[in-house]
Design a protein around this ligand. Structure first.
Ligand code: NAD
Length: 361
């Protein structure tokens, strides 16, 4: 029997189920869709379709399935178009539903397709990467990238349920596991000091018995922030805190063309940058910078750019980031290791200096 956590959003509330076997969460959903005579389609990527073929067959049988090429490149206008055409070809009606089975790329892409197809149909998140389990599958942010920047087109569209199953993880490549740990470390830093201390005591590796508890803790913290500030409008203390490290990270992803760094790797460098910016602003000291960087590095993640990127290009990418309000640079900073805050009007010179500290030229 899967354990459940509810994301409380009034009529948009939904359960997150936690278990080992994905059937525990997914089968009851399919049963109730079937009883109501509702059809559904599965959106996944080609890696998941191949590696998890037996699981997909067991869960969804011969349901219409569309597999996009794996990777960040599929969060594109072109791929969104293909997913929408697929849903239409299947004749999915307003009562139809979409299952997003994959990592954050699939959740964001299929979620956006579900938000826009017939002006919105139900969808369900079945995350298969650590990153998607601890972060992207919860909260209803969906979207794709544009040439001008990351996640620049999208919608808030909450899933009807999230089914987390750790049985998906053993086939996840180590580099992808590490990328997921970047979001875990982020979550610990912004609001879970005990989790940070635990990760500091010993790094979490694939197969670690602590993993299921860590996934639940991250979902719990994210659910609380989403409940308090579903559309990220709070000036302080809301959902924006989840962007810790992301303004820097998104700039790295954009300048390198979405491929050289996994999202989680860019976020890892972003966390190093965020703690360094916090030190420049006088919020934390050298010890905190060392501690954050060693936890990130101990989880096999980068804390410096692998090759120098140009500071002006990174600054220009940041200026296009949708978190920039009215032209002012706004950052999530650390007040301590386990507490974050939004800081506006950060001097550009400080940000440029931080870029150089993490290896930009
Ligand atoms: N919506 C949100 O709130 C939110 C939050 C954080 C990140 N994101 C987005 O999430 C994306 C990154 O997600 P990701 O890291 O999961 O990337 P991803 O979806 O590209 O998955 C990573 C890789 O792992 C493979 N894979 C997936 N499941 C697997 C499994 N069980 N076994 C083996 N291989 C598997 C995929 O095919 C892919 O190659 C980014 O686009 C980021 O912007 C969104």
């Amino acid at each position: 029997m899967a354990e459940t956590l509810t994301v409380n959003l009034g009529e948009r509330s939904y359960p997150i189920t936690f278990g080992a076997d994905p059937a525990d969460g997914v089968s009851p959903l399919l049963q109730s869709l079937g009883q109501a005579g509702r059809r559904f389609a599965v959106i996944t990527d080609q890696n998941v379709a191949t590696l998890q073929a037996a699981v997909l067959q067991r869960l969804f049988g011969g349901a219409p399935t569309y597999a996009v090429p794996a990777g960040e490149g599929s969060k594109s206008v072109a791929e969104l178009g293909r997913v929408l055409e697929f849903l239409a070809e299947q004749g999915l009606g307003r009562s139809g539903a979409v299952f997003a089975v994959g990592g954050g790329v699939i959740g964001d892409l299929a979620g956006f397709a579900a938000a826009s197809y017939l002006r919105g149909v139900d969808y369900y998140q079945v995350p298969t990467t650590l990153l998607a389990m601890v972060d992207s599958s919860v909260g209803g942010k969906t979207g794709i990238n544009l040439a001008a920047g990351k996640n620049l087109a999208g919608a808030f569209h909450q899933p009807r349920a999230v089914c987390i199953a750790t049985d998906f993880l053993p086939l996840l490549p180590p580099r992808e596991f590490a990328a997921g740990m970047a979001e875990v470390i982020k979550t610990a830093l912004l609001g879970h000091p005990l989790l940070f201390a635990d990760l500091e005591r010993s790094a979490l590796r694939p197969g670690d018995p602590r993993l299921a508890g860590v996934v639940r803790a991250c979902c719990g913290l994210k659910a609380g922030l989403v409940e308090a500030d579903e559309r990220e409008v709070a000036e302080q203390g809301g959902r924006a805190l989840l962007n810790l490290g992301h303004t820097f990270g998104h700039a790295v992803e954009q300048v390198t063309g979405y491929g050289a760094y996994l999202h989680g790797e860019a976020v890892a460098i972003g966390l190093a940058a965020a703690v360094r910016l916090s030190r420049r602003l006088g919020l934390v000291g050298d010890a905190e910078v060392r501690r954050v960087e060693s936890v990130v590095a101990n989880h096999v993640l980068p804390i410096r750019l692998r090759t120098p990127l140009a500071v002006p290009e990174l600054m220009a990418a940041m200026a296009r980031d949708k978190k920039v309000r009215a032209g002012a640079l706004r950052f999530i900073v650390l007040e301590s290791l386990g507490a974050a805050a939004v800081r506006g009007a950060v001097p550009a010179a400080d940000v440029e200096a931080v870029w150089r500290e993490v290896g930009a030229a």
